[in-house]
Design a protein around this ligand. Sequence first.
Ligand code: ASP
Length: 437
Amino acid sequence: MKAVKFGGTSMSTAESISAVVRIIKNDPERRYIVVSAPGKAAGEDKITDMLVGVFKAAATERIRAFDAVRTRFDGICRGLNLPAGFLDGDYRNIVAALPTADYDYIVSRGEYLCAKLLAELLHFDFTDAADVIKFRGKTYDDGYTDSVCRIGLSAHKSAVIPGFYGSNEKNEVVAFSRGGSDISGAIVARAVNASVYENFTDVDGFMTCDPRIVPHATTIDVITYKELRELAYMGANVLHPESIFPVRKANIPIHILNTFNDKAVGTKIVPTEDFLNGKYERARKMPITAITGKKNFFSLYIDKSMMNAEVGFVRRVLSCFEQFGIAIEHVPSGIDSMTVVFSAVDEQTSNALLKAVRDEVKPDHMHLTKDVALIAIVGHGMVARPGTAARAINRLSNAGINLRMIDQGASEINIILGVSDTDFERALVALNGEFEV
Ligand code: ASP
């Protein structure tokens, strides 16, 4: 049996919701459905953004601000021939709560109403996420949720569950971070022991490269959880990165599909071991699965003779970053030098950081480079295959692109290259040319 999540674009209009209903009815295995709130539609904002506006309005204005949300849902209900006034009872409860309600409650109402509406259309049970997804205070409680959700959903043959939120020990609604319905879908998939977690969105799947930069980029049919982690981290954000953890733990594959293109085969994200053991086949057998990247990093080069003999040197440098709460991306190092790559920070913070490092380790030289872009070449096919890094470097040098940094982890499924922000697009095109991903 399948757990299926539909994103905001899929739920944005009466037409798209009709497509969702068709998709679900096409396959009787699709029994547990998680939905986002309606997304953008012609001239209309995302419902969740409208609800953020309701929260921000003065307490006396909130009810009036909520009218626009209500009008949007009423329009969708009309388009789907749902009985007039079908959501009136829910609107009344929400309106009564609005003057004193907190952020999490208000922003979660889009998912709540949307799930009500879809459950009615499908004749599935409605299960409130507040009853099956549990937090302690504001922190998601995975262990408790798993048992509550298993028991809660086992009582329903089929159900629609709102994404994005749950509740805590005080029965307060608590929301995940934005885009969190992907997490809800993964939690539900694990709780019902789904054979697959289908995630319907508005793209055909993960691409081998950003198609805005490399127009002939293609959809990847199969990637592993490990590869996904690398890709998501480097900016390929089809899925909320945290969303993979519940299904990853349970070895359930995720299938990214497009609500608006039933011809697309989508991307299957599969357990790494299963892939390496040959359970899944990729249509194109390439050493490189994808090339992706992000701009806007800084890199701090530090050099000091005999650095390698100074015990605790790296730790002391990194402690300065910790002091400023700066997360570190990569730390390539030489014998007497090291580089720390991190996301761009403001002028004041970078000045203070440099001073702290200077005071702490007294380097011979130190140089901060701004506007660094990182490119990740990702793929299991690279493991134990000599020459991939050499080919990448050669290709960049032939294209006249200066390589500022190179880093390869021991897992060998990821080579990170640092280039200047202004060379980023050219470097992606050149690397794609080399590996023909
Ligand atoms: N509706 C929420 C958002 O816009 C959650 C989600 O769609 O996953 O962030």
